[in-house]
Design a binder for this molecule. Structure first.
Ligand SMILES: O=P(O)(O)OC[C@H]1O[C@](O)(COP(=O)(O)O)[C@@H](O)[C@@H]1O
Ligand SMILES: [Mg+2]
Ligand SMILES: [Mg+2]
Length: 299
């Protein structure tokens, strides 16, 4: 079972510099993305490649990030969940982006995020090719979580795009206290429903589900627990995309000492040929993921 530690490729000197530039560009773009949201809370004409309605804000964030990240010398490919195909931007590392995660939260002014995964292989890459991952959280403040060099760091991003590290070597708390499960309860498969009932009956656990994966995952990173967008009866692969959501979030939580799973294996071991392939996503404390995989193993 491949996890981050066993398969994480090492960065070269130039990769280090390119990765730093990528996350610098994303941090500095965050205030522009955030300030561009209010006027773009409307549906665009197109659906995204996953067949989901695009918001104007999705397109705006994607165009901005594609241009800025694509302009970085050491970046050779850019792909996003909003684009059908990979964009060739020269030679170097590959970058996959969910420009705006949680778009359905735009109208109710709930949290949203931007997810960035950096690979040293052509896209669609595999979890084993991942060099670093990050997410921006547009919450009460704008923060960025970066996982690279085996450590997780949190930055606060100011309105002018300046940013500073506020928490370093972040690890999931040993005693988990929150859970967030996506999808409609009647659509869950039986083994997940039983698992969920078990978690809900644990007096130390409380529900935290906001409908935006990055907002929900940041709760897990902060308080410990489990986030799931599970396999569903009619959509066994769930809703979230491997390249743009599963791999980066799996990498970040595993770098913070947690575990990730698709129900059977680390998310980083999932292998799909199709750029917009989906996967069930379970991330959180090791003992909660192990319990989940045991529940599915009984099927
Ligand atoms: O609306 P649902 O079914 O609860 O799905 C919520 C999930 O969908 C998402 O919004 C999908 O991400 P996008 O908004 O980037 O498409 C996740 O952020 C979130 O976890
Ligand atoms: Mg998303
Ligand atoms: Mg999105």
């Amino acid at each position: 079972m491949a996890t981050k530690d066993e398969t994480n490729p090492t960065e070269t000197e130039s990769d280090e510099s390119t990765i730093t530039q990528i996350f610098d560009v994303v941090a500095r773009a965050a205030p522009e993305i955030r300030s561009g949201l209010p006027g773009r809370r409307i549906y665009a004409e197109e659906d995204n490649p996953s067949g989901e309605t695009q918001m104007e804000a999705d397109v705006y964030a994607d165009d901005l990030l594609c241009e800025r990240i694509g302009d970085i010398d050491g970046v050779g490919e850019y792909a996003s969940e909003e684009r059908p195909a990979v964009i060739d931007t020269g030679s170097g590392l590959s970058v996959c982006v969910d420009p705006l995660d949680g778009s359905s939260n735009l109208k109710p002014n709930n949290t949203m995020g931007t997810i960035v995964a950096v690979y040293d292989a052509p896209i669609p890459a595999t979890g084993a090719d991942m060099l670093a991952a990050a997410y921006v959280l547009y919450g009460a403040t704008t923060t960025m979580i970066v996982a690279r060099d085996d450590t997780v760091t949190e930055y606060v991003i100011q309105e002018d795009g300046e940013y500073e590290a506020v928490r370093e070597d972040i690890t999931l708390p040993d005693d988990p206290t929150v859970y967030g499960f996506g999808g409609r309860v009647p659509d869950w498969v039986e083994s997940f429903t039983e698992y969920a009932r078990d978690i809900e009956s644990d007096a130390s656990m409380k529900l935290r589900y906001g409908g935006s994966m990055i907002g929900d995952v940041n709760q897990i990173l902060t308080y410990g627990g489990i986030f799931a967008y599970p396999t569903l009866q009619d959509s066994p692969e769930g809703k979230l995309r491997v390249q743009f959501e599963g791999y980066p979030v799996g990498y970040i939580i595993e770098t913070a000492g947690g575990r990730s799973s698709d129900g059977e294996q680390s998310l980083l071991a999932v292998e799909k040929d199709e750029l917009h392939a989906r996967t069930p996503v379970y991330v959180g404390n090791e003992e909660l993921i192990e319990k989940l995989e045991a529940a599915f193993a009984e099927d």
